[in-house]
Design a protein around this ligand. Structure first.
Ligand SMILES: *Cc1c(COP(=O)(O)O)cnc(C)c1O
Length: 470
C-alpha cells in the first residue's frame, strides 16, 4: 500500500492484515467496519442455532420481533418512571401469564419478568425460604426435588439451602409422588416438581405430588408448598394439554417459573416468576422504585436489564393469543412425533419421550435397546459433521450408566428439517456400523454437548428422613 492512499478493499486495511487483539486491552483503534468484520467472521465458527436441537431456547423470531428488539435496545426495564409504557407492558404480561396458569386473582397477584428461569427459580426459592422462616422455621432449610436443572443446585449453594434430590428408582425417570414425603421434614421450604424435565422432556406429576403432600399434612401436620419449575412446560401445556392439572389450580402450588425465551417464543433473556397470591411473596423481598409520581414494587436479582424481551413477549402474546399459541405449539408436537416415528424405523431405539403433549414438552428422547457397535456419543459426534447439535448424556442418579439422546423441537423446526435430520442420522449410523471405533468415544471426547451444566463440586446424595411419629 502506498503511503497516503486509502485501500479500497476492507481486507487490505491494516486492522485486517494482522490477527485480532486477544489478550491485553487493545491499545489502538480500528475502523468500525474492520472491527465489525473481525467479529462477524469469527462468529462463523459458532454452530447454526436453528440446527441446535440441544437448546430449549428461541432460535427463530419474525421480523416484527426483531424490529421491536432493535427499537428497545436502549430501554432499561428498571427505570419504570422513565419508560412507564414498558413497565405497563410488563404488568400486562404478568396478568396474562397469571391468568394462563389459573391464578385465583390474576390482576391482584405478584409476578415479574426475569432474565430467564434461573433468576425466576431463585426468586421462587427465596420467597419459600422467607415464608418458612416467618412461619417459625429455624435450622438449615431444605427443598425436595427429582432430577433438576442446574439452576436449583445453584439456588441451594448460593442461598445456603440443602437440596434433596430424590434418586431415580425402577423404570421411572421422574420424581415418584410416593417417594416425596420420605424426604420432607419441618425444614422443608418447598417441593420443586419439574414440568418438563431437562433430561428427558417428561412432565413430573405435580398433581400426584400435591396429593402426596396433602397426605403428609394429614399425618404429620407439615404444610409444604410447591414451586413448579415450568421452564419449558409453562407455555406448552396450557395450550396443548389444557386438562392437565399442574398449575395454580392446585392450591398447594404457591409459585411457578417459566422461561419466556423457551416455549414463550420471546428472544433470549426472558423469564417469568408468578406467585399464586400477593401474600405468597414475602414483603421483605420487595423494593420500590419510582413510577409515574408514585412507586412500583420490584423483586429481581438484577437492577438494570433490557426491556426488549418483555416488549417482545407482549407482542407475541397479543399476536398469537390462545388460538395462535395452540396452533403453533401443536405443530411442534406434530413434528416431534414425526421425528420419533422416523427414529423408530431407523434403529433399535426406544422412545423415552416420543412427543406426547400429555407426557412432556415438544421433544424426543431415546436410547439404544441393543448393542449396535457404536454408542450415542459417537452418533452425536457424526451428526455434528453435518451441523446438527444433538445432546447425548447419561441419565441422573441412580441410573448414570444409561446414555440417552434428546432433540428439542422448537418454533422454526419443520417437518422438512426433521426429514433432513433423519436422513443424516441414517447416514451417520451406516457410517458408524461400517467403521466401528476400536475404542468407543467417551462423552468428553465427543464434545458431549449436553446443555446440562454440572457443578464443579457435586452436591451430596439425599437420603430419606427418619420419622419416628409415622
Ligand atoms: C432451561 C431450564 C432452566 C433454566 O432456565 P434459563 O431460562 O435457561 O435460566 C431451569 N429449569 C428447567 C426445567 C429448564 O428446562
Amino acid at each position: 500500500m502506498t503511503e497516503g492512499l486509502e485501500p479500497d478493499d476492507l481486507f487490505a486495511l491494516p486492522g485486517l492484515r494482522r490477527s485480532a487483539p486477544k489478550a491485553g486491552f487493545p491499545i489502538n483503534e480500528l475502523f468500525s467496519q474492520v472491527a465489525y468484520e473481525i467479529v462477524h467472521d469469527e462468529l462463523m465458527l459458532d454452530g447454526v442455532s436453528r440446527m441446535n436441537l440441544a437448546t430449549f431456547c428461541t432460535t427463530w423470531v419474525d421480523d416484527q420481533a426483531r424490529r421491536l428488539m432493535n427499537e428497545a435496545l436502549d430501554k432499561n426495564i428498571v427505570d419504570k418512571d422513565e419508560y412507564p409504557q414498558t413497565a405497563e407492558l410488563e404488568r400486562r404480561c404478568v396478568r396474562m401469564v397469571a391468568d394462563l396458569w389459573h391464578a385465583p386473582d390474576p390482576a391482584g397477584t405478584h409476578g415479574t419478568s426475569t432474565t430467564g428461569s434461573s433468576e425466576a427459580a431463585m426468586l421462587g426459592g427465596l420467597a419459600a425460604k422467607f415464608r418458612w422462616r416467618k412461619g417459625g422455621g429455624t435450622g438449615t432449610p431444605n427443598f425436595v426435588c427429582g432430577p433438576v436443572q442446574v439452576c436449583w443446585e445453584k439456588f441451594a449453594r448460593y442461598f445456603d439451602v440443602e437440596i434433596r434430590q430424590i434418586p431415580l428408582r425402577g423404570d421411572r425417570l421422574t420424581m415418584h409422588p410416593d417417594d416425596v414425603s420420605a424426604y420432607c421434614d419441618a425444614n422443608t421450604i418447598m417441593v420443586v416438581p419439574t414440568f418438563g424435565q431437562t433430561y428427558t422432556g417428561l412432565f413430573e406429576d405435580v398433581a400426584g405430588i400435591s396429593k402426596a403432600l396433602d397426605r403428609l399434612q394429614e399425618v404429620s401436620g407439615l404444610d409444604i408448598p410447591i414451586h413448579v419449575d415450568a421452564a419449558s412446560g409453562g407455555f406448552l401445556a396450557p395450550f396443548t394439554a389444557p386438562d392437565l392439572i399442574w398449575d395454580f389450580r392446585l392450591p398447594r402450588v404457591k409459585s411457578i417459573n417459566a422461561s419466556g425465551h423457551k416455549t414463550g417464543l420471546a428472544p433470549l433473556g426472558s423469564g417469568w416468576a408468578i406467585w399464586r397470591e400477593a401474600a405468597d411473596l414475602p414483603e421483605e423481598l420487595i423494593f420500590n422504585v419510582d413510577y409515574l409520581g408514585g412507586s412500583m414494587a420490584t423483586f429481581n436479582l438484577n437492577f438494570s436489564r433490557p426491556g426488549g424481551q418483555v416488549i417482545t413477549s407482549y407482542y407475541e402474546f397479543i399476536r398469537l393469543g390462545r388460538t395462535g399459541y395452540t396452533r403453533l405449539q401443536s405443530q411442534l408436537y406434530h413434528v416431534a412425533q414425526h421425528l420419533a416415528d422416523g427414529l423408530l424405523k431407523l434403529g433399535p431405539f426406544e422412545m423415552i419421550h416420543g412427543g406426547n403433549p400429555h407426557r412432556g414438552i415438544a421433544a424426543v428422547s431415546w436410547r439404544l435397546t441393543e448393542d449396535v457397535g457404536f454408542n450415542l456419543y459417537e452418533l452425536s459426534d457424526r451428526l455434528r459433521t453435518r451441523g446438527w447439535l444433538i445432546a447425548a448424556y447419561p441419565l441422573p442418579a441412580d441410573r448414570e450408566n444409561e446414555t440417552i439422546m434428546r432433540a428439542l423441537v422448537r418454533h422454526g423446526f419443520s417437518i422438512d428439517m426433521a426429514d433432513l435430520l433423519l436422513a443424516d442420522i441414517a447416514r451417520g449410523m451406516a457410517q458408524l456400523e461400517k467403521h466401528p471405533q476400536a475404542k468407543p468415544l467417551t462423552r468428553e471426547e465427543a464434545g458431549g454437548f449436553t446443555h446440562n451444566a454440572t457443578a464443579a463440586v457435586p452436591s451430596g446424595k439425599a437420603k430419606p428422613v427418619r420419622r419416628s411419629a409415622e
